[in-house]
Design a binder for this molecule. Structure first.
Ligand code: ATP
Length: 347
């Protein structure tokens, strides 16, 4: 795969409170959808603004296809970067029709052809029938499709999406994520999405960079960051997890409160922090187990297709997510069984 966007050691401070974007580095490949995921205030939008050229970098570099767009000494203007942008509030021109909004950035096409091509792109995003309306006459989801059509119409190499689904209701958000992903993939475009919603990043992106406090903590596929988190922050931010300490001794199996547990890292030694997802644990009825291994159900969350149990064991609460047909009640004595190895965290 060819590298499209390359961000190296990008850093930005606004005042003397320290950098809000702190030495971030990552690459986005051709045809790839990449997400910057992190909590509010961690520096995601500032990173996008540095990449798009709306903000100047203190140091570091932004390159697209090997062309330097941003360093402290160089700055290519946003409109000359060949990058499309979908803002959180869509930022459509209110006084222009839907068609004119999409045709607006098509300066490279002869004027008489602009509307024909804009209509073609609108049809691709399912908005062809709305071309003569004004943005104020559209729903949130429809405005979002027009914003996307406007961003992709000039055929940019890369589209930046800043929390584009956050104004939509839950049902529409799901549908739009799938549709937008489809449109981008069909158009063969790369995209960089910014979001604080882990479910969105996991379902929308091919790879994810998890950001915390201006820094990238981990980059990986959705499966990697979810099932093999490297840090406590990543483990916690990507959904519920169980954290526990154990003494690793360089062998695969260690003894824990849960009984013997395999670790994903056989080389770990000393006191290590581990993470195991609730769906990688299951509950069994007590048979002849050692009392040391018997826990108590303290809470049950029924979710329809599955159940999350909160189980107290040796002063620690574990979450166990199971579709097991045996239903346990609060106060039941249970044994927690790991189904997968626990992940050893690096920090
Ligand atoms: P959210 O998800 O809430 O949009 P974010 O991760 O996108 O958050 P940023 O908008 O990049 O975070 O902001 C990171 C930090 O930088 C915040 O503390 C913010 O207050 C600060 N910041 C952003 N822009 C400016 C600015 N122009 N001047 C001063 N501080 C700023």
């Amino acid at each position: 795969m060819n590298k499209l966007l390359s961000v190296s050691n990008l850093t930005k401070s606004f005042d003397d409170h320290g950098p809000v974007v702190d030495e971030i580095s990552f690459e986005v490949y051709e045809d790839e959808i990449f997400a910057l995921l992190g909590p509010s205030g961690c520096g995601k939008t500032t990173s996008l603004r540095l990449i798009s050229g709306f903000e100047r970098a203190d140091h570091g570099k932004v390159e697209v296809e090997g062309e330097v767009l941003e360093t402290p000494g160089e700055h290519v203007a946003p409109q000359d970067r060949g990058i499309g942008f979908v803002f959180q509030d869509y930022a459509l021109f209110p006084h222009l029709s839907v068609l004119e909004n999409v045709a607006f950035g098509l300066n490279h096409i002869p004027e008489h052809k602009r509307h024909v091509y804009a209509e073609e792109v609108l049809c691709r995003t399912g908005m062809g029938d709305y071309k003569d309306r004004n943005p104020s006459e559209l729903s949130g989801g429809q405005q979002q499709r027009v914003a996307l059509a406007r961003a992709i119409a000039p055929k940019p190499k890369l589209v930046l999406l800043d929390e584009p689904f956050s104004n939509l209701d839950a049902m529409l958000r799901d549908t739009m994520r799938k549709e937008v992903r489809d449109i981008l993939k069909k158009a063969g475009m790369s995209a960089l999405l910014v979001t604080h919603d882990q479910e969105e990043a996991l379902s929308f992106a091919d790879r994810i960079a998890v950001m915390n406090d201006g820094k990238i903590e981990q980059i990986g596929t959705p499966e990697e960051v979810y099932y093999k988190p490297k840090t406590k922050f990543v483990a916690n931010f990507l959904g519920r997890t169980n954290l526990f300490y154990t003494d690793a001794n360089g062998s695969q199996e260690v003894s824990t409160n849960l009984g013997p547990v395999n670790l994903n890292n056989e080389d770990a030694t000393g006191r290590v922090l581990c993470s195991i997802r609730p769906e990688h644990l299951t509950l069994e009825e007590v048979e002849n187990e050692d009392l040391q291994k018997v826990g108590t159900v303290v809470e049950r969350e029924f979710k329809g297709h599955d159940i999350t149990y909160h189980v107290q064991l040796h002063g620690q609460k574990y979450l166990v997510h199971t579709d097991n047909r045996i239903i346990f009640e609060p106060n039941d004595a249970v044994v927690i069984k790991p189904l997968e190895p626990a992940v050893v965290l690096e920090s």
